[in-house]
Every structure is written in C-alpha cells, then in structure tokens.
Design a binder for this molecule. Structure first.
Ligand code: ACM
Length: 535
C-alpha cells in the first residue's frame, strides 16, 4: 500500500471513479485515493467476513495479478457485524480513506455487494479477464452507505427455447452481481425444449433436450447454484405447467389429454394448444419433477409458469370434464386455478414459495407470488389480494424486444420497442398505490426470452445496457435519469473491459454479427429460428 499525494475530490479522474451503477443511496467524495499494490493485504475480521474477502481476491486477480493476501494488519478491512442489522441483509457501509479501506455489513450479502462497489471504484481495466499491466490500481476516497430499495432484483434467461452453456450462465451471473442484481431466474422448460435433468423421467432431456442445443447435467446446475451463491445471487428455477409443456408431452405422451397421440417437440413459436392432462399421474409427475428441482435448487422460491394455457383440450376431454365435476369446479376452464393450487400447495408443504406468471392479477391461488407480465396494473390487483408481487410488465422488462425503432436495429420480438429509458422509468411500486399494496412489491426482474436470440453474444447485446437501468431502478432510492446517462457513459468502459457486446449508444450497423471478441466470452449456440408465429 502506498499513500499518494492528496488530490481534491473534484478532479476528473476522481469523479470518473465515483460513477457507480447502480447509484448508491449515499455517497460523499473525500479527498485522496487509496492505491492497491503487491503489498496490500486484506483483513477479514473474525465473524464470517472471509468469504467476501476471497471473492474480492478472485475477482481482481486476473486483471491486477495482485495477491491481496489475508493478514491481521491488512489495510483493507472487512467486518461482518450483526449489530449493523439496520442496513438489512444487503446493505453495507464503505469508507475508502487514503490509508485504509473499511467495508462493513450486517450480513454476508451486504459484504458481497460492497465488493462489487470496490470493483467499480477501481479503473475499468480491473474488470478485464486479462492482465492489465501498467495500470495504477487506485480507488477514489469516499464514504458510501448503500441499502437496496427492493429485495428482488433479477433477470430471467430463457434457456428452454435456446440452450445456453453453463459457461455463459456463469458469466451472466457475474454480470448480474456486478450490478447488484441478486436473482438469476432460469426458464428451464417450454414447448420447444426441456433442459433440466430429472432422474425419474430421463426421456424429458433425451427427447426435450434434442432441439436447439442440449440439456444441463445435475452437477452443472448444482455447480452453478454454488457459484452464484458465492456472489450473492440466487438461482430460481422455473418448470412450466400446465401449458408450455409440449417438450414433456413429446417425451411422455401419457401426460397429455390424448395419451395415444404422438407429438414432436414443438418447432414453432407461439402459444401451443397441447397442455398437461389433469389425471393423478400428471400430478405425480409434477411433484416428482419438483422434488428433484428442490434437491438441486435451494432457492426459497420456485416458479411453475402457469401462463398462456389454452383450455381447449380440457373442454374436449371427457376425463378432464369429469375431473372438473369431481372437484366441484364451474367447468374445465377452472382446472387451471385448481391445477396451480394443487402444485403450489405441494411446494408450500415443502417449505418453498410458488411463483407464477399472472395474466390478470387474480388468476393465481393464494400463497403464490404473482409475476405480472402483461400489465403493471395486474400487479396492483394481485397486491390488493394480499399476494407478493414481482413486477415484470413486458413494456418495461422484456429485453427480447428491440432497443429502438431505428431501421438498423437488429430484429427482436415483433410488436414493440423497449428502450433503455423504458426500463429505467419502470416504477415497481408506484406512488399512487395504497401503502399496503406497495409494500407487497418484492421488486422487479428483466426477461430475456430467446425465440429471437440465437446466440449468447446476441443475448448480451440485448441485456446490456438495459440491465444496468433495471439494476438502478431496483436498487437505488434515487430516480436520476440524467445522472444515470452520465454514469453509464463511464460504466460502458467497464462493460468494454469485460468484453460485453452490449448495445452501443447509437446501435449497431444492420447485419452486425454478435460475436464475443476472441478469448472473451463463452461459445454461443446458434440455432434455427423455426417458424415465427409471435409469442
Ligand atoms: C410470457 O411472456 N410467456 C410470460
């Protein structure tokens, strides 16, 4: 550690170093800077701070080559102190002085968020995967107190329509963590693919993993869960039911409404009419699959889809009509709520909280956390019914829509544009809502559906920088669009150092290909687009 001459807090370099995304709750620049060198050591105070210190070391090693060894007299000090409970699970206090750095939190997650702030305070080269020689690793001095506005700050990846390798999921997890996002929601099954291995039903991935790429192994998924946990990110699994199941029906026709019928994994986009039957064997199947999902994913929440479920097959099926009658339902269309209630109840009995996409705000049984995707107003309806809500209205959070109307913008989901500003302007708990309803909003998440996203690099083009906007909306108490634009201009140099092929401010030329620069990201998985019918 070397102490350098004090510079005023208003120099350009100092200001650039403080351009944080998401914007912290409180930040006061202080004069001077703290420089890391080969002698800088880290002291993790007794009480569980060493995991966060390890993460800092791991994250900074590739670019800086600095050992940052543990030492009792280290000048970077990490303190985990339950007495700081007022900061919540994820809040932290960070003081960067010219002689020492002090990071304090009341819980592990807070220290992990503070580590990401330290990373952003360093020159952007610190984020590179390659050694950046000749850089001075200086942090501008500052006093930061930072507490997230919402507990749920996430992104969903649709790995069912297009399989993405685990290397991409790890890289994406790192990018989420950099932005203090804390949920990676994996959409693992759909009409066009089934990517979650289930030992009791091996044909799900044998048949359903065939199109567009493959399936994960159990070890890959448990490894991902641990990797994400070390970064303070929870992996939330989603298994779709009772609709969006054509891949499962291709593997096990007896789960359908016409057991003698043979269906292929769907090769079109859109809403498929084929849905699960409602006989006991189907409920056993869903419970068996979810048993293995719960074994793999410790997440308190488990998503079971629930949206876009046509009831035509149930109306036609004598068995389904009998089931509706036996359950005292008004008709086969009420089987959707019955089905979600049965499986949601199974999750609750097992100590998990069911999540479902809501179409109206009132279609999911009590006990579900509602994810309104069609309209923010449905969030209010669900919240008034006493349900927790994760806001995901497509006009603000669907990142498969193009980012502008410019003709050279690469094609995406037809029918609209979701601009950076649209994402930033989402208000997850609008001021006009009554306080009891607003208190039900856990947070928000972005959706990266993959019908129109053939490669992993294209996914990053769509995700960034819009995820930066979502992160600020979900984390920061400040609504500061001009400030966000300014800070983003600097933040782009961090994304460049990470070689994220995100959308540049004025888009890419038409027909640009989305490739990771050599030696950076994972290999993509090109796929054929199938017949486009709209979602
Ligand atoms: C959805 O867009 N299918 C939730």
């Amino acid at each position: 550690m070397t102490t350098t001459p004090v510079t005023g807090p208003t120099t350009a370099a100092h200001r650039a170093g403080l351009q944080l995304v998401p914007r912290p709750s409180q930040l006061a620049p202080l004069p001077g800077r703290f420089v890391l060198d080969e002698h800088t050591a880290v002291r993790a105070a007794p009480g569980g701070a060493s995991a966060a210190a390890d993460l800092l070391r791991t994250l900074l090693a590739p670019a800086t080559g600095l050992p940052l060894p543990p030492a009792a007299d280290g000048r970077i000090v990490f303190v985990l102190d339950p007495a700081l409970g007022g900061l919540g699970r994820e809040g932290y206090g960070l003081t960067v002085g010219a002689d020492a750095v002090l990071l304090r939190a009341g819980a592990q997650e807070g220290l992990l968020r503070g580590v990401q702030t330290l990373r952003q305070l360093l020159p952007p080269q610190a984020l590179s995967h390659r050694r950046a020689r000749g850089t001075e690793w200086a942090l501008p001095c500052a006093q930061i107190t930072d507490v997230p506005r919402f507990a749920w700050r996430g992104a969903m990846l649709d790995v069912a329509r297009r399989f993405r390798p685990v290397s991409f999921l790890r890289r994406f997890t790192d990018l989420l963590a950099l932005h203090k996002l804390n949920v990676l929601h994996l959409h693992l099954t759909d009409d066009q693919g089934w990517r979650m291995p289930v030992a009791a039903y091996p044909k799900l991935t044998e048949v359903g993993g065939e199109p567009h790429g493959g399936a994960y192994t159990r070890d890959e998924l448990t490894g991902l869960v641990a990797y994400a946990a070390a970064r303070g990110v929870t992996v939330v699994p989603e298994i779709e039911m009772p609709g969006h199941v054509r891949a499962a029906l291709a593997a096990y026709p007896e789960l359908g409404n016409v057991p003698s019928r043979r269906l292929a994994v769907w090769d079109r986009w859109g809403v498929c009419e084929n849905v699960l039957g409602v006989h006991d064997q189907v409920l056993d199947f869903c419970r068996g699959v979810l048993d293995e999902v719960m074994d793999t994913f410790p997440s308190p929440h488990v998503h079971i889809g629930g949206e876009e479920c046509p009831t035509t097959e149930w109306q036609r099926s004598p068995d389904a009509r009998r089931r509706a009658e036996a359950e005292g339902l008004s008709g086969p269309e009420a089987l959707h709520g019955w089905f979600m209630g049965r499986i949601g109840g199974f999750l609750t009995e097992n100590g998990r909280r069911p999540l479902g996409w809501t179409e109206t705000g009132s279609d999911l049984p009590a006990g579900f956390t509602a994810v309104p995707w069609r309209s923010a107003a449905h969030g209010l309806t669900a919240a008034r019914r006493g349900q927790d809500v994760i806001m995901a209205p497509y006009r603000s959070t669907y990142l498969d829509y193009p980012q502008s109307e410019r003709p050279e913008e690469p094609p995406g989901q037809p029918g609209g544009v979701v601009s950076l500003r649209d994402v930033y302007d989402l208000e997850p708990a609008p001021a006009g809502w009554e306080p009891a309803a607003a208190a039900r909003v856990l947070g928000t998440q972005a959706q990266l559906w993959s019908e129109y996203v053939p490669t992993a690099a294209h996914a990053e083009y769509l995700a960034f920088p819009r995820l930066c906007a979502l992160a600020e909306t979900a984390w920061s108490p400040h609504r500061d669009w001009p400030g966000f634009e300014r800070r983003l201009a600097h933040h782009r140099t961090r994304l460049d150092a990470l070689r994220v092929p995100g959308r540049p401010p004025h888009g890419l030329p038409h027909n640009a290909s989305f490739t990771f620069p050599p030696g950076s990201g994972p290999s993509g998985t090109p796929g054929s687009p199938g017949e486009d019918t709209g979602r």
